[in-house]
Design a protein around this ligand. Structure first.
Ligand SMILES: NC(=O)c1ccc[n+]([C@@H]2O[C@H](COP(=O)([O-])OP(=O)(O)OC[C@H]3O[C@@H](n4cnc5c(N)ncnc54)[C@H](O)[C@@H]3O)[C@@H](O)[C@H]2O)c1
Length: 300
């Protein structure tokens, strides 16, 4: 019989957290979420009736509140944070205390437990080569990437699996409209017009379903070693122009390539995900299906 685990998910009410929670509950695990509910999570109601689910409004910056749970969980998935460079720039103090001190607290209190830290591949910043592996030198450009990297250092020191994610997309119970594919789709549907800068810049993507699947895979797989892993779907490396081509076959809108801005995170590389794939993990979401669901969602 499969072992049921007691799993803590910090930030479990957010975009990734809701889908990860859903998937782990489905596998029969017990899930506790620590989240201060920065979003209006009406969709949490779908979990409330599940006896294996609980939510505590605990702030990860408050170590005293976390300490009593020290021995309660078999594994911890750390997602809570101030996410994206605009949110971090809007409140630098909050970004630092949450992404650095909050991460330090979680990594230290749960030092001897299995831990997964969610980082972003934007810690690589401006990359000279076409490919970017875990050994590529980090060069974070924004406060978001800098604070996430500091958080990662605490987790690495305290024996953890640290995932450096490409940009996620797809439907979740808590939606984020700022993610690149979501932003493109909602803009072309609502404005029938899209302006694109740095059209040849390559971005890496992964569906939220595959992220949830990866968490279940790690929980099941005792041989998944601590350390750094780039995380992305190797089928999904697209330039912004590629995405525009795909969307313009599905939706009627005008577009223009215009250099009116620059990516503050300097993302323009193919993320080398061979280390992740060597564990036996494979992404299998259907890109076409996920796009169609997003078009349906943003058309409402
Ligand atoms: N979505 C992506 O494309 C992506 C890519 C790379 C990395 N990540 C990382 O994955 C993690 C989750 O991302 P997401 O897209 O789900 O973000 P999100 O903003 O949707 O979720 C973050 C959650 O953390 C909670 N939170 C914030 N401050 C808190 C605090 N002090 N105490 C407790 N909870 C707090 C929020 O209420 C929210 O529910 C983040 O750490 C992010 O850096 C996400």
């Amino acid at each position: 019989m499969k072992k049921k685990m007691n799993i803590l998910i910090t930030g479990g009410a957010g975009y990734l957290g809701m889908e990860i929670t859903k998937s782990l509950l489905k596998s029969g695990h017990f899930v506790t979420v620590f989240d201060i509910l920065n979003y209006n999570n009406t969709n949490l109601s779908s979990f409330i009736k599940n006896k294996n689910f609980s939510l505590l409004k605990i702030d990860i910056r408050n170590k005293k509140k976390i300490l009593p749970f020290k021995d309660k969980f078999d594994a911890v998935i750390h997602l809570a944070g101030i996410v994206g460079y605009p949110s971090c720039d809007a409140n630098p103090q909050l970004a630092k205390s949450t992404n650095i001190i909050g991460s330090k607290n979680i990594s230290e209190v749960f030092k001897y437990k299995k831990k997964i830290y969610f980082n972003t591949c934007t810690v690589y910043g401006e990359v000279k080569d076409k490919y970017c592996s875990e050994t590529t030198k980090v060069n974070p450009k924004t406060l978001y990437a800098k604070t996430k990297l500091k958080g990662e250092n605490y987790f690495l020191k305290n024996n953890s699996i640290c995932l450096r994610l490409s940009t996620v997309f797809g439907i979740s119970e808590t939606m984020r409209d700022d993610l690149l594919i979501h932003d493109f789709i909602s803009t072309v549907i609502n404005k029938k017009y899209l302006e694109i800068y740095q059209k040849n810049f390559i971005r890496n993507f992964i569906s939220v379903n595959d992220i949830a699947k990866l968490c279940s895979f790690i929980m099941k797989n005792k041989n998944f070693k601590n350390g750094l892993y780039n995380v992305g779907d190797k089928r999904l490396n697209f330039s912004k122009e590629d995405i525009n081509k795909i969307l313009s076959k599905k939706i009627n809108y005008k577009f223009i390539f215009k250099e009116f801005d620059k990516d503050k995170e300097f993302r323009d590389y193919i993320l080398d995900v061979s280390k992740l794939y060597s564990t036996g993990f494979k992404c299998n979401s259907k890109f076409e299906d996920n796009l169609n669901f997003l078009i349906k969602y943003y058309s409402i």
